[in-house]
Design a protein around this ligand. Structure first.
Ligand SMILES: [Zn+2]
Length: 78
């Protein structure tokens, strides 16, 4: 198991990453009036290593020189 102490934290709701030394109690983006902190779960954080365990990136060629990059399964705002 990897140690997640000192790693940047990523807001589960919006995907914003904060350096480990300045992680606020609540995500600055989600706390803003136009966004929201998930009412049932509250503020949740993940690390890059935690996301790697459950997610991967999919690259799909849409047409010549145009590609779609997507995290699977979907994460945060999507
Ligand atoms: Zn957020």
């Amino acid at each position: 198991m990897q140690n997640n102490i000192g790693q940047p934290k990523i807001c589960i709701a919006c995907g914003t990453q904060y350096p480990s030394k300045v992680v606020p109690e609540y995500c600055t983006i989600c706390k803003e009036d136009r966004q929201y902190i998930p009412p049932e779960e509250g503020q949740k954080w993940a690390t890059h290593n935690q996301l790697l365990k459950a997610h991967s990136n999919r690259i799909l060629k849409v047409k010549d020189r145009i590609y779609e990059l997507k995290m699977v399964p979907s994460f945060a705002i999507g």
